[in-house]
Design a protein around this ligand. Sequence first.
Ligand code: GLY
Ligand code: MN
Ligand code: MN
Length: 456
Amino acid sequence: MAQHFFFPQKTYVDRRQQLMKSVKGGKILLLGNNESSRNYKDNWYPYRQDSSFLYYAGINLPGLALIIDCDGGEATLYGNNPSIDDIIWMGNQPSLEELASKVGIENVKPFHQLFLDVYHDMHYLPPYRPEHILMLEELLHLVELKPSDKLVSSIIAQRNIKSKEELEQLDQACTISAKMHKTVMQKAKPGMYEYELVGLASKVAMEHGGDFSFPPILTINGQTLHNHAHHNKIKKGDMILFDGGVEVSSGYCGDMTRTFPADKKYGSLQKNLYKIVHNAYTTARKMSKPGVYYQQVHLAAAKEITKGLKALGWMKGDVNAAVKAGAHALFFQHGLGHMLGLDVHDMENLGEENVGYDSTIKKSKQFGLRSLRLGRKLKEGFVLTIEPGLYVIPELIDKFEAEKKHLSFLNYNEINKYRDAGGIRIEDDFVVTKTGVRQLGDPLVTDVNEVEKLRN
Ligand code: GLY
Ligand code: MN
Ligand code: MN
C-alpha cells in the first residue's frame, strides 16, 4: 500500500490542535482500520482506513492507533515497522518514524505498548468493525463500551465544515464522478446488460486513480432504492437509474445519480415524472443556504413532487396538508440528502442523528421523513447531497391501499394504472457558501432536454 500525504504537515497538526481544544482534557484514542479478510485470511477486501484516523493522522496504512494527549498537547502513533517478511511480500515502506514526522506526530511506539498506555476513561469513538469492538473491550477491560459523547460531538463539529483543501479533493471526486456518469449515459443501449455499464463506470473511476465510493446502484428497476443487482438485460422503453460515486485516493467521495431512457428519448409518462423530480431538485438547490433547516428544504421538495403528482391526477387535495400528513411518501420514501466528505454518508459511524440533527431539531418518526439523514440548519462549509426521487413500488401501493392510508390525498385508481412506472432520482453534490450552494465538480446535465441530447 503506497502512502501519499494529500495535505501539508500543518493541516494535520492544526486539526489535532483544534480537536484537543474542543475536547479540553484527557486522552483521545483513535483506532486505525486493519485489513479485512474476504474468504480466507490473506485474500483481503480493498483496504479502507477509518476516516477519522485519516483526517487526524493522515496515514493510510493498516495496523495503527493514535493517542492524542489533550493535557500534554502531544500525539503518539502506535504500530510496528515492517518485518523482513512484510518487505518480501508487500515491499518496503517508509518507517513509522518517517511517516509520523510527515504529519507532525511527536512520538512513535510499538503497537503492543498500546495495551499499557490505554486506560478506561479515555475518549474513544463508537466502533463499527467487530475486531475493534473486541479490541476495545480487551484494551479497556470493559464488557459494555462507553464511547465519548464529547469526542463524537467535537469531531462532527470539525469535520462537518470542509476546508478549502478538502473542497479541492471533493471537487476532484465529483468531477470524476460526473465523467463516470456521462460515460454511462453515452454508452448505454438496449440489449446491453446492466453489469456491462458497471464495468464501463469502474473503468472511469479506476483510470483516474480512484474507485467506487460505495457499491454502485445501476439498474432498470430504480424503484428499488438500494438495488445492487446488475444482471438484467436493458430493453427498449426501460429507464436506467445509476447512483454511483468516485472516491479519490485521498478518501474524499462523490455521490451522484442520473436516470435516463434506454432509448434516445423518455416515454411520455417517464418525461412527466422526470420533470417532477427535476422541479424538486431545482427548488431544493435554490432554497439551500446558511440558516435554512434542511428539513424545510426536504419538505419543499416533497411539495413540488406532490404538486406534480396532483397535476397528473395521482394525488389530490391540499398540497401542504398532504405533505404534512406524509401522503407523498408513497412516492418519495427517502430523504432529500446527507452530509458528504471522507464518507459517502459522512460520519454515519458517529451516529446519523449526531451528524444531521442538533439540539434544535429532532428527527421525525413519520414514514418518509424519518429517512431524512440531514435535517439541521445549514452552515457555510457543509457539503451535502441534493437527491429527490419518485418511485412507484407496487407492494407499497398495495400496503397503503389495504390500510386505507391517505384516502383524501391519494387516487389509488389512477395510481394503480401505472404500477410499472419504475423509479427516478437525480442527485448532485454541493458545498454551502455564504449565500447559497455551489455545485462540486464539473456539472453534468440534469434537464430533460439536455439528457435527451446527450443520449443522442
Ligand atoms: N448512494 C446512496 C445515497 O445516495 O445516499
Ligand atoms: Mn446520496
Ligand atoms: Mn447516491
